[in-house]
Design a protein around this ligand. Structure first.
Ligand code: MCA
Ligand code: AMP
Length: 503
């Protein structure tokens, strides 16, 4: 009987005394502690009635204990479902009703606010605070430190991560044990991770980047990480001399490149800076290289596929490209009208196939069919090309999506909320260049005559409905939206008109 993902973690584990996590306040959690704590939490989950395949939804602040909860879910065959800490109650209601979790772990301070909803959904509630307090760890502290991992095959589900859809309804991407493991092993080898590595982990742990790319890579390398609660230049800079790798979204690098303390000397012990989740501007790439001598390695991934491509570790890392398909991952560029693959240099839809590609969308067989071809290729929604040297370039998006500071925002979701406000005729939400966030969410709104809405009232009403990172940074009121002859709103015209508002 084996547990596909956790057996591999055990196989690559260094000695028990080796550090796995060092927290902001210097607390050390060893690999031995990781085994003990994840076993104790797994025992609590099973005692609460969790069975293989049950979803466990988790909306908690980043902490070592939260990562132990993820590992406990893997060990007991449950399906880990992490949720952005910024989601509002109305957003959570959708996820809980869709995924029907058996157990929901929430931040201690949110337990009162969420108790009724969780009871309504028929789930058990546990709490977990960012200092390791809350009901979950109290119960875990008296649970057995031994746990027999539940048998899980390569294809059994390990996680569901929600990713917004173009229709506004979020889709739960079902990821198997082998989706996660195969990608972690590939990245470990491609980026040459060893047990000597120390990662600065400053990303949130409710997305693929911080949860799987960062954490799983460290685990299968037997390496260690500084687990920081969030992106904080002070905390990162203070650890540069003891670390070897940083993973971040482009905003991390934009901000670090502006800091005088980030230079050749302070980064001398670092071997690798990795960027992903959104396009890294060539300008940021160049500025960071000038200041530190390090060439940022950019890679490309998705919630549905983990990582697909990466610039090389040893070869040339080219700004504006996302590098080569990872070993074992196929990338093709398709002409969507003719449904034929395109030759080098031509732009089309990027499609990917490999052991990294997810199992489909939870409860949405028709969506799965639309995006996952029978031959295993996943239609990414990203437009790109492969150049003569084999480097993949992302040149645009076939999906209406804004990426702000590495978070995805689907305009349709924001537009639907704005359109429901009294006095609004219609709205169009777009992303326009933003120096810090890459793209800034911007709403262009048409009001009814005599409507008394202004920017603050619109934002005020959205606050209850949408996580704050989805809120427009600016709201622009216009008399009408530009339309083409078919009557479709021309977002490209709007993007052009407001291209410079954040510059
Ligand atoms: C925070 N705010 C934002 C964002 N983050 N607004 C727009 N976009 C954002 N990304 C807002 C807050 O709501 C708040 O607004 C104000 O900015 C300050 O909040 P604070 O928490 O202090 O922000 P920050 O610490 O400066 O955070 C910026 C950040 C963070 C460090 C860029 O957003 C971040 O860690 N992003 C990483 C996201 C990520 O991990 N993406 C990976 C997805 P107010 O004052 O109004 O409340 S996985 C993925 O994409 C695929 C698989 C892949 O390839 O990796
Ligand atoms: P998510 O749905 O959060 O997993 O976001 C995945 C999307 O982020 C991809 O489909 C791309 O549009 C975008 N993305 C991720 N990495 C990169 C990158 N290095 N360059 C450009 N876009 C990226």
């Amino acid at each position: 009987m084996s547990n596909h993902l956790f057996d591999a973690i055990r196989r690559f584990m260094p000695k028990s005394e080796a550090t796995f996590i060092e927290t902001l306040n210097g607390h050390i959690l060893t690999y031995g502690d990781m085994l003990t704590l994840s076993a104790q939490i797994a025992n609590v989950l099973v005692e609460q009635g969790v069975e293989k395949g049950d979803r466990i939804a988790v909306q908690v602040e980043k902490s070592a204990e939260a990562l132990m909860l993820y590992l406990a879910c893997v060990r007991c065959g449950a399906v880990y479902l992490p949720l952005n800490t910024g989601y509002t109650v109305s957003e959570l209601e959708y996820f809980f009703n869709d995924a029907k979790p058996a157990l929901i772990v929430v931040a201690t301070e949110n337990s009162e606010k969420l108790a009724a909803l969780i009871t309504e959904c028929g789930a058990v509630m546990e709490t977990l605070g960012d200092n390791g307090d809350g009901t979950l760890m109290v119960k875990a502290s008296s649970a057995s430190t031994e746990f027999t991992d539940i048998a899980c095959d390569a294809d059994d589900l390990a996680a569901i991560l929600y990713t917004s859809g173009t229709t506004g309804r979020s889709k739960g991407a079902m990821l198997s044990h082998n989706n996660l493991l195969s990608n972690a092993l590939t990245l470990r080898d491609y980026w040459q991770f060893t047990s000597a590595d120390r990662l600065i982990h400053a990303l949130p742990i409710f997305h693929t980047h911080g949860l799987f790319v960062a954490t799983n890579c460290i685990l299968v390398s037997g390496a260690s990480m500084f687990l920081l609660p969030k992106f904080d230049p002070e905390a990162i800079i203070a650890r540069l001399s003891q670390a070897t790798v940083l993973m971040g979204v482009p905003t991390f690098y934009v901000r670090l490149a502006q800091d005088e303390r980030v230079n050749r000397t302070s980064t001398a012990s670092m071997r690798l800076f990795i960027s992903g989740s959104a396009p890294l501007l060539a300008e940021t790439h160049e500025k960071f290289r000038e200041k530190t001598g390090h060439v940022i390695l950019e890679r490309y991934g998705m919630t549905e596929t983990n990582m697909n491509t990466s610039n090389p570790y040893n070869g040339e890392r080219i700004a504006g490209t996302v590098g080569f398909p990872l070993p074992g991952v196929e990338v093709r560029v398709m002409d969507m009208e003719k449904c034929t693959p395109l030759p080098h240099g031509q732009t089309g839809m990027l499609e990917v196939r490999g052991p990294n590609v997810f199992k489909g969308y939870w409860n949405m067989p028709e969506k799965t069919k639309e995006e996952l071809r029978e031959n295993g290729f996943f239609i990414t929604g990203d437009l790109g090309l492969i150049d003569e040297r084999g480097y993949v370039h992302i040149v645009g998006r076939g999906k209406d999506l804004v990426i702000s500071g590495g978070y995805n925002i689907y305009p349709k979701e924001v537009e639907s909320e704005i359109d429901q406000l009294e006095g609004v005729v219609e709205s169009a939400v777009i992303g326009v260049p933003h120096q810090d966030f890459g793209e800034g969410v911007t709403a262009v709104v048409v009001l009814q005559e005599n409507a008394e809405l202004d920017e603050n009232t619109v934002l005020g009403s959205l606050t209850e409905k949408l996580a704050r990172y989805k809120l427009p940074k600016r709201i622009i009121f216009v008399d009408e939206l530009p339309r083409n002859t078919m009557g479709k709103v021309q977002k490209n015209v709007l993007r052009k008109s407001y291209n410079h508002i954040y510059q």
